[in-house]
Write a protein that binds this ligand. Sequence first.
Ligand code: ATP
Ligand code: SKM
Ligand code: MG
Length: 192
Amino acid sequence: MSAGKDHASKVNFHPERPIVMIGAMAVGKSVIGAELARMLGLEFIDTDQRIVAKHGPIPRLFIARGEHYFRQLEARAVASVLDVAKPKTVVLSLGGGAVLDSGTQQLLAGATVVHLRATVDAIRERIERTTGRPLLAVDPVEAWTRLATARAPVYARLADITIDVDNSSVPDVVTRLIDILAEESKKENTAP
Ligand SMILES: Nc1ncnc2c1ncn2[C@@H]1O[C@H](COP(=O)(O)OP(=O)(O)OP(=O)(O)O)[C@@H](O)[C@H]1O
Ligand SMILES: O=C(O)C1=C[C@@H](O)[C@@H](O)[C@H](O)C1
Ligand SMILES: [Mg+2]
């Protein structure tokens, strides 16, 4: 048995709805979502990865077709997972701006939404060294702060669970998250 299934069986947690990771750029939605899925023995889907696999690198898409086109692909990628008769119980990590789409916002009502929250100091090094995020191409720290601040109320409104990830390793965040998910599910199942 894998360590993941072992942990999941210890907490006796079997999600009934998709789990969706949201939050600002570089907070860890992809790596934490993938590790959470591994630990729970679930399929992992990442909208950015799906778009890249089908349409090529995101910066090139932004240049060739524009941000609006990317947002349409992104909304479609979300809908292909959540806008179906019986959404599969998967872990789905979104791009940082996917939650701005009103259709996506509505679809998130049928999922358990996890907001990963970080301060700029915690992710400064990550966004200064990485490429591949067209919206952070110029002055990444200023751009990240501006976008994260503007989107913070949307993340907060959509989230069922918010986790502060500063100073926590990926396994630490995942362990905390599984404990919270299990606790929430216990509450739901024992509610009168
Ligand atoms: N808790 C953490 N501790 C250390 N490194 C981390 C942590 N979370 C993420 N990282 C690293 O930060 C980088 C960005 O993580 P990731 O790609 O998962 O972010 P994201 O939220 O999916 O970003 P995007 O919005 O661009 O999709 C990766 O190199 C990842 O390994
Ligand atoms: O926050 C955003 O708007 C983005 C985040 C990335 O995940 C990618 O989806 C893309 O670079 C745009
Ligand atoms: Mg990602």
